[in-house]
Design a protein around this ligand. Structure first.
Ligand SMILES: [Zn+2]
Length: 170
């Protein structure tokens, strides 16, 4: 996934805000932290390009493992639940880790993800993108799955515009 991670984080934040109506955090901070979580796993690209010399697919690094994010999310959410949904830090950690999980899940759409890493090192993707064009990223842009990315972007934009309109009316 290329362009939809950040908007998907925005959508997730808005969904969570609707679900937990009385979050103990300022709305802007909650949305920012969720959006950061939604792009955070890709910071391993720095390691991939600058240190590892592109020797393995960056989805093999631990920031793209479900086994890394799932326990973190459950620990944070348990703390949030134990605090009777009042702990600011537990709420922010929960949403950050959940957004990172969403990132890895969206990456499985057309990009190989090592689902059971580090226990089983086998890549998985819901749909394959065949290599037809150069540079490599054009293969993803011209693939039908890019339309899904555009839909996610449009969805986030619609929520944002609605939000702005309701604020200007109130
Ligand atoms: Zn990624």
């Amino acid at each position: 996934m290329f362009i939809a991670h950040l908007p998907s984080g925005y959508i997730l934040a808005k969904v969570l805000q609707k679900k937990f109506k009385t979050l103990p955090i300022h709305s802007h901070l909650f949305i920012t932290v969720t959006m950061l979580g939604a792009i955070f796993p890709d910071i391993d690209l720095f390691y991939f390009y600058l240190i590892d010399g592109r020797s393995v697919h960056h989805h093999q690094y631990f920031l793209h493992w479900f086994a890394f994010w799932i326990p973190l999310f459950f620990i944070a959410f348990f703390c949030f639940w134990k605090s009777n949904f009042q702990s600011k830090w537990a709420a922010l950690a929960s949403t950050f880790f959940l957004a990172a999980l969403l990132h890895v899940f969206l990456d499985t759409f057309v990009g190989d993800v090592w689902l059971l890493a580090p226990f089983v090192m086998e890549p998985f993707a819901f749909f394959e993108v065949s290599a037809r064009y150069q540079p490599w990223w054009l293969n993803f842009i011209f693939h039908w799955s890019f339309a899904v990315e555009l839909v996610i972007c449009m969805w986030a934009l619609i929520i944002f515009i609605k939000e702005c309109k309701s604020k200007s009316l109130s």
